[in-house]
Design a protein around this ligand. Structure first.
Ligand SMILES: Cc1cc2nc3c(=O)[nH]c(=O)nc-3n(C[C@H](O)[C@H](O)[C@H](O)COP(=O)(O)OP(=O)(O)OC[C@H]3O[C@@H](n4cnc5c(N)ncnc54)[C@H](O)[C@@H]3O)c2cc1C
Length: 379
């Protein structure tokens, strides 16, 4: 066992930290307030290699390991989770899914541009009536010979109005249940593709979350990922890996809030001493540090297992379940350490507290993670 990061991993971590401090921190409060998508910042993330970190260099990716991805996600999420969710979806759902299951033609046509961040992708599984129960797909992809005729509505799609390529999950053969579902690559310009309303959200307010409507949209057969009926397995497999990204996002939100609380506790004085000299505050900091370190180890273990090509489904579910709870607990306590200042935007911790909540909901709620973990334990 080796807890030492390699020089390359440390370099990725430092580059992500610099980028977050220099490019994401300025304007993050304004983007949150006015729900502004960090388009320029994401473009730069592409130039720095953060949008296709694990993709093979032959498809223009960074060829990095999942551990490096976790390190970068943590640093970027300390500052701006609206940027890191775009990064997470592009890396672990769209790029990873295409690289693992796409055809050579699909990789040439789409992956090469997604991996550089020249274009970004979206992952479209959830529907108004199909969230946790993703088998209840109402979106249909009728087989019409050389194309699929797609109709339906998707909800809550991250990068919904900013993406160029959408991986859409839809039901082709209802009688076959989840074995009749397909995953299709849809280009934004396709006729019948309509971007619906933007959601007004509690947190990650800079993220571009939209519903999408498909009206008699014709998608060529060559845009199907995998064999006929592979779509549900495709979605579950990509979400398994995606959970590592969201776990790392939760970790970053927690460690960002902790760093701010630690700093503030050294600056603020009450009753003649720094507030961290009051044991009630010192113990909060001790609890935060311990929980964050535990979450970090779970994230890195899940990433390491994935890099070793071992089964990581239980590990990624545990990492997401735990890290998202730590994000909630730490951010609430970080606001408390800041007192009244924690309640205003300028000090950042109230935003981190609002951003933390989504990590318990998307890419499988905490309850769904417990189902995954308990099924693994009991099998
Ligand atoms: C900001 C945001 C961004 C998102 N981005 C995307 C995206 O890019 N692509 C995408 O496809 N989706 C996306 N989603 C959707 C997200 O993944 C779903 O909201 C989530 O999976 C939960 O589904 P639901 O909202 O339908 O809740 P439901 O499934 O209706 O769940 C409601 C409650 O019931 C619980 N529950 C449900 N089933 C069970 C069960 N069997 N056992 C115990 N408890 C259960 C849930 O845990 C939850 O507490 C996003 C959502 C949000 C809010």
């Amino acid at each position: 066992m080796d807890f030492q990061l390699t020089e390359e991993q440390l370099a990725v971590q430092a580059a992500a930290r610099d980028f977050a401090q220099n490019d994401l921190l300025p304007g993050v409060i304004e983007r949150d307030t006015y729900e502004k998508f960090p388009a320029e910042q994401i473009k730069k993330m592409g130039e720095l290699g953060f949008m296709g970190m694990m993709v093979d260099p032959k498809y223009n990716g960074g060829g990095m390991d999942t551990v490096s991805y976790v390190l970068a996600m943590e640093e970027i999420s300390k500052i701006d989770s609206s940027a890191s969710v775009a990064m997470s979806v592009n890396n672990s759902l769209v790029c990873w899914g295409l690289e693992k299951y796409g055809t050579e033609e699909q990789k040439e046509k789409y992956l090469k541009r997604l991996a550089t961040g020249e274009i970004i992708g979206a992952f479209c599984l959830s529907e108004p009536e199909a969230g946790s129960d993703a088998t209840s797909q109402r979106t249909t992809a009728e087989d019409k010979g050389d194309y699929y005729l797609v109709n339906g509505t998707k909800n809550w799609i991250t990068n919904g109005n900013s993406a160029s390529v959408y991986l859409v999950i839809a039901q082709t053969d209802k009688e076959k249940g989840h074995k009749g579902i397909n995953a299709l690559i849809v280009e934004r310009e396709t006729e019948g593709f309509v971007v619906g309303k933007k959601e007004e959200k509690l947190g990650i307010r800079g993220s571009d979350t939209h519903s999408l409507m498909f009206q008699d949209m014709k998608v060529p057969k060559e845009n199907r990922i995998g064999e006929d009926g592979f779509g549900f397995n495709f979605a579950m497999s990509t979400l398994n890996g995606g959970r590592i990204g969201i776990a790392a996002q939760a970790l970053g939100i927690a460690s960002g809030a902790y760093e701010l609380a630690l700093k503030y506790s050294k600056e603020r004085k009450a009753f003649g001493k720094e507030i961290n000299q009051h044991q009630a505050i010192a113990f909060k900091l001790a609890d935060m540090a311990t929980q964050i370190e535990t979450a970090r180890l779970l994230c890195l273990k899940a990433a390491w297992l994935k890099d070793q090509k071992q089964d990581f489904s239980q590990a990624s579910a545990m990492a997401k379940l735990y890290a998202s709870q730590v994000a909630m607990d730490t951010t609430v306590e970080a606001v408390q350490v800041h007192g009244g200042y924690g309640f205003v935007k300028e000090y950042h911790v109230e935003r981190l507290m609002r951003d933390a909540k989504i990590t318990q909901i998307y890419e499988g709620t905490s309850e769904i993670q417990k189902i995954v973990i308990s099924r693994n334990i009991l099998k």
